[in-house]
Design a protein around this ligand. Sequence first.
Ligand SMILES: Nc1ncnc2c1ncn2[C@@H]1O[C@H](COP(=O)(O)OP(=O)(O)OP(=O)(O)O)[C@@H](O)[C@H]1O
Length: 184
Amino acid sequence: MQTTKIILLNGVGSSGKTSLARALQAASKDVFLHVQMDAFLAMLPTRYLDDPDGFTFVSSTVEGKDVVSIHSGPVAQRAMLGMRHAIVALASEGNNLIVDEVLLGDEKNDYARLFEPFQLITVGVHCPLQVLEQRERQRGDRLVGLARWQYDKVHTGMTYGVTVNTSEATPEECAQVVLRALSS
Ligand SMILES: Nc1ncnc2c1ncn2[C@@H]1O[C@H](COP(=O)(O)OP(=O)(O)OP(=O)(O)O)[C@@H](O)[C@H]1O
């Protein structure tokens, strides 16, 4: 096994992955690159963020609550597959990584296989739905209802090295929990 470290943060949108990643970068003596899915989404032509070949966001109301489902077409799927292989290429060159992800389906198995050669710790980033929806409303740049749709999917079938609850601890406190788990 290579000594390159990968911290895989998995959590619903607004659960606090970016904040935790930044706190981890600040607190760790090792250098970690923060790999954000958003950076790869930004590579797509903007029109593919609302296109059946790219991503589509479908709003509905279920039992009086807003729900926004995400669907990906072939262009989006190819970009995301490419992202996973790009992440492996970064790690293969010895870059320690914090990978910030919302794992919704088959890519969970893909990551487990691709990350096998590295020192991997998977982190479940949890937060109650009520708090997530409050954050979505406060942020203003996120659709309210994304978290509700993702909530049951993200952690299904995952086994974590460590979990954090961002409604009960600051990003800095969560980072210490993760770094302790990584060094144990
Ligand atoms: N531990 C925490 N305690 C309190 N608030 C937090 C915590 N972590 C994150 N937040 C707040 O929650 C919001 C979302 O945080 P952040 O951007 O880190 O989430 P994210 O999971 O990366 O979101 P997305 O997947 O949508 O990019 C921000 O307003 C942030 O300040």
